[in-house]
Write a protein that binds this ligand. Structure first.
Ligand SMILES: CC(C)(COP(=O)(O)OP(=O)(O)OC[C@H]1O[C@@H](n2cnc3c(N)ncnc32)[C@H](O)[C@@H]1OP(=O)(O)O)[C@@H](O)C(=O)NCCC(=O)NCCS
Length: 369
């Protein structure tokens, strides 16, 4: 599987997920194998590529694995998520990814017979992948942006992106109007949602152009799932402290919201436990446990809906402060649908002031099955 190591400029992640994909009860890990007799040297497709058919054929003396992919049936069984399609560069443009796509859907439907949609995400700049999806009758449903910022130290931050800042406005005071300053100071308007907010959250999202333009999805472990606007679903998210809301000036309505992937209540408790643990360890041997600080993780914002720059800034002050004040997080990752109603402000500019920079645009492709 050497062809899965340097797929992208940043490498690849297939080796990290291989075991869990292999053992996955709700999914199927497929490989494509090729045998010498499968290759027809007169096939016009082979002559389309730079390598001559003979060169390509000569390496296939035995059966070899030339492709891999994983399909996963999403928890409610409505959608089959396609991911990790990798074809050995020597064997591309031979229809192998298309065949894998066919088999992923076929096997996926055996696991989740109610699934009515297949979906996949691809970077906007990945033309080969996009064309392959389109050739297989997938349609572009939504465009999402992915942003990230680092806390750990300036050096790492510079290598991987910007350093997270909580005083995103200090150096930019001159550019910020009074309304913005009031909005930032007014961050008492921001809080974790409580059960009384559930109906309002449902109403806000059902009217939100951003929610609709994002395909009515949110992100979980790099999979874009349908966010059902059912009371029980929103209630679960609220109970696990995963929804942060910003209220309008009169505190009556919801003016924006963010959904996190981390149960922040649990994180908070875990942090308390760790602190107690740490104190205990320090008490035991008088030294800090070095390993304790070595681990870091991400606070993932898996949906952001902030129709004004003020609501976005308020939400960000809140979540950035969580990251900066918690030893559990050293990074923010933020996913947001490309907002269609943002005539007044550029989301990237606001995020950049907090040290959260855009790293990629992704296209969500779907197909009825
Ligand atoms: C994207 C990828 C999986 C395509 O695999 P493949 O086996 O070459 O795809 P197929 O042969 O099934 O291609 C089907 C169609 O897709 C389109 N296509 C595939 N590669 C293309 C390319 N480089 N440029 C333009 N169109 C392309 C063509 O329309 C092709 O049909 P055609 O050859 O009859 O013109 C492969 O290039 C790859 O492994 N890339 C790196 C990993 C990756 O990006 N995976 C997807 C991540 S989401």
């Amino acid at each position: 599987m050497k062809f899965c190591i340097n797929t992208f400029r940043w490498g690849d992640y297939i080796h990290e997920v291989w075991d869990s994909w292999y053992l996955d009860q709700r999914g199927v890990l497929l490989v494509a194998e090729i045998r010498p007799k499968d290759i027809d040297p007169n096939d016009k497709k082979l002559t389309k590529t730079a390598a001559s058919p003979e060169n390509r054929l000569s390496s296939v003396t035995n059966q070899v694995v030339v492709g891999v992919s994983h399909a996963y049936v999403c928890p409610k069984g409505k959608q089959i998520w396609l991911e990790g399609i990798r074809i050995n560069p020597k064997y591309r443009r031979m229809g192998i990814a298309s065949k894998l796509t066919y088999h992923m859907i076929k096997h996926g439907k055996e696991i989740g017979s109610d699934a009515r949609e297949a979906a996949a995400i691809t970077a906007q700049g990945n033309i080969a992948s996009r064309r392959m999806m389109e050739k297989n009758e997938f349609h572009e449903k939504a465009k999402w942006s992915y942003y990230t910022g680092y806390k750990k130290n300036e050096q790492q931050a510079n290598m991987n992106g910007l350093a997270i800042r909580n005083k995103g406005f200090e150096n930019n005071q001159g550019n910020i109007c009074d309304d913005d300053i009031n909005a930032i100071c007014g961050s008492k308007n921001v809080s974790f949602a409580s059960p009384e907010d559930i109906e309002k959250i449902i109403t806000f999202l059902s009217r939100s152009k951003t929610f609709i333009s994002g395909g009515r999805k949110y992100v979980q472990s790099w999979k874009w799932y349908e966010l059902d606007l059912e009371y029980s679903k929103i209630s679960d998210l609220v109970a696990s402290k995963k929804i942060v809301i910003v209220r309008t000036g009169d505190m009556q309505e919801i003016g924006g919201l963010a959904i996190t992937n981390n149960s922040l209540h649990k994180e908070h408790c875990a942090e308390q436990n760790q602190l107690e643990d740490k104190e205990q360890k320090q008490g035991d041997n008088g030294e800090e446990d070095v390993a304790f600080d070595a681990e870091g993780s991400s606070l993932q914002i898996v949906y952001v809906d902030a129709p004004t720059s003020a609501s976005l800034k308020n939400l960000l002050v809140f979540v950035v402060n969580i990251v900066l004040s918690s030893s559990l997080f050293d990074r923010i990752q933020l996913f947001t649908p490309n907002q269609t109603n943002h005539e007044f402000y550029e989301i990237s500019e606001v995020l950049a002031k907090f040290g959260i920079s855009k790293s990629e645009s992704f296209l969500l492709y779907t197909r009825s099955i």
